[in-house]
Design a protein around this ligand. Structure first.
Ligand code: FES
Length: 125
């Protein structure tokens, strides 16, 4: 069996939602100290619904594929639903990741949660 699924390769080669949202109202940045990879997530949220999402990932192919898939999974979804996205769900949507690459999908979950936290904080102010 190939190490990476077709879906991982597809999202790695043609990542969806790459870039920056200038007027984002939720921004999160996370990194993994061990591998040094960094992921930044931008959210544009209106009426508690994610209207747009973009990401920048300086990292491995699995991290790029995970962020691409994760953004597709939360686009158009309510904040409450996006909050429940797990790295496991992202990895499953990619038809699996090798065990030693699961932490790359964790980065995607954390980046989204961090951006949602930022959105909630801004809302309180
Ligand atoms: Fe670090 Fe993939 S090796 S996120």
């Amino acid at each position: 069996m190939a190490l990476y699924s077709e879906k991982v390769m597809d999202h790695f080669r043609n990542p969806r939602n790459v870039g920056v949202i200038e007027d984002a109202n939720g921004i999160g940045e996370v990194g993994n100290a061990k591998c040094g990879d960094i992921m930044k997530m931008y959210l544009k949220i209106e009426d508690d619904v994610i209207q747009d999402v973009k990401f920048e990932t300086f990292g491995c192919g699995s991290a790029i594929a995970s962020s691409s898939m994760a953004t597709e999974m939360i686009k158009g979804k309510p904040v409450s639903e996006a909050m429940n996205l797990t790295n496991k769900a992202v990895a499953e949507a990619l038809d699996g990741l090798p065990d030693y690459k699961m932490h790359c999908s964790v980065l995607a979950e954390e980046a989204i949660k961090s951006a949602l936290d930022d959105y909630n904080k801004r809302k309180e102010q």
